[in-house]
Design a binder for this molecule. Structure first.
Ligand SMILES: Cc1ncc(COP(=O)(O)O)c(C=O)c1O
Length: 410
């Protein structure tokens, strides 16, 4: 039953907002605490979604709130015409937690990837007038602005917008042979852009041999490696950065989502030699890394650097995986379990939209991506209590759904 409050909100949404997000779920949250969210009627939900892997420290996190309140009281924005100590500190921490290099702050994941595409082309074209092509992979998702959208190797994302940006070569994900062939044939390759776990594409983990081949080939041939860590970055996969699982170091990483713990901020972090190619005037943004956004990044990274942070991500991940395996053994509803750390998913044999709505009605927020992959991406700080509660609910919903499906068949 839709409550009168949400019915009114839904009507106003339709009247005043673009309807480009499909049908929004019938709920509007008004506050959050830890891994719980509360809706317009004060109903409590366990959050296994964290605003698409954004609220890395959960809701109402004391350290983040303190940093933001302190910064709001001092200064929000001055522009990139001036030095900005919060930005310098956030960049220093990015270098310290990833690899030595330089950082450019932006406002979103798509902008971080735009910057990576432009930087890679600028570098490539300085080597040879034809070296501008960037390889990306099937089922990738790099964003919605024109460059990142064109980098995204999914026709459905391009459809209806006319000519996309040229200069991208799409290859099948995890296909070593296709990669070898493309690099041999095409001397114009300037870079390779890859998500080591495809988040929007269905939690597809890259094959370690595939990654090794890409990095060895690129490093040998002066091809820039760009790892899109917008979804996988800053602790999400049980390492600070997903590339660490594969024993490689990229030339560029792009970050957003969890980086600001809910503040809209993105970043491109690159090896220092590359930073030289963005000469004065070649790239920029008004808001990128303003005082408030940068103070959020520094506060998030400071929390994540504390010893127990990443090990808690891994123990929460182990618990979810254990429970998913148990549920899978009791029910044919789960076909395949995928992912790393707290970027987990399971494939089901039907579209997942109904399961998401049923879970929401029971007070559990999950998400479906790539049609039939249920994504579990809770706050990285989730306590054992909501974690167990959430998995118990998920089990109940799945077993109920399966028995309903069986009855319909019978
Ligand atoms: C891997 C990846 N890259 C880029 C983006 C785009 O980020 P944003 O929505 O912040 O522009 C996303 C968003 O889902 C993503 O998952």
């Amino acid at each position: 039953m839709t409550s009168p409050k949400i019915a009114k909100i839904i009507d106003s949404d339709k009247e005043f907002l673009f309807q480009n997000y499909g049908e929004r779920l019938p709920v509007s949250f008004t506050k959050g605490d830890g891994s719980y969210l509360f809706d317009q009627d004060n109903k409590k939900y366990i959050d296994f979604f964290s605003g698409i892997a954004v609220c890395s420290l959960g809701y109402s996190n004391q350290a983040l709130k303190k940093a933001l309140h302190g910064q709001i009281d001092k200064l929000l924005h001055t522009s990139n015409w001036f030095h900005n100590q919060e930005q310098i500190e956030a960049a220093r921490m990015l270098s310290e937690t990833s690899f030595p290099g330089k950082t450019l702050f932006v406002n979103s994941g798509t902008e971080a990837n735009e910057a990576a595409i432009k930087l890679t082309r600028k570098y490539g074209l300085s080597v040879s007038p034809k070296k501008y092509e960037i390889i990306t992979f099937s089922k990738s998702f790099h964003g919605r602005t024109f460059g990142s959208m064109s980098a995204t190797a999914q026709e459905k994302i391009h459809k209806g917008f006319g000519p996309i940006v040229p200069g991208f070569t799409y290859l099948p994900f995890n296909d070593i042979k296709a990669f070898r062939k493309a690099v041999k044939k095409d001397r114009k390759i300037a870079g390779v852009m890859i998500e080591l776990i495809q988040g929007e594409g269905g939690i597809n983990v890259a094959d370690p041999d595939f990654v090794k081949e890409i990095f060895e080939t690129c490093n040998k041939n002066g091809i820039i490696t760009i790892v899109d860590e917008v979804q996988t970055g800053v602790g999400r996969t049980g390492k600070m950065y997903c590339y660490e699982h594969f024993g490689v170091t990229p030339d560029i990483i792009t970050l957003a989502k969890g980086l600001g713990g809910g503040m809209p901020v993105g970043a491109l972090h690159a090896k220092s030699f590359l930073a030289e190619y963005f000469t004065p005037g070649s790239h920029g943004t008004t808001f990128g890394g303003n005082h408030l956004a940068a103070s959020a990044v520094a506060a998030v990274l400071k929390e994540m650097k504390k010893k127990p942070f990443i090990s808690k991500v891994n123990s929460s991940s182990e618990y979810i995986l254990k429970r998913l395996i148990e549920i899978k053994s009791k029910s044919g509803y789960i076909k395949r379990i995928k992912g790393l750390g707290l970027l987990l998913g399971f494939e089901i044999a039907e579209p997942g939209a109904d399961l998401v709505r049923e879970a929401l009605a029971e007070g559990l927020i999950i998400n479906c991506t790539a049609e039939n992959v249920i994504r579990i991406i809770p706050p990285l700080t989730i306590d054992n209590g909501p974690l167990e509660e959430g998995m118990n609910l998920l089990e109940k919903i799945i077993l109920k759904k399966e028995s309903l499906n069986e009855n319909t068949k019978a």
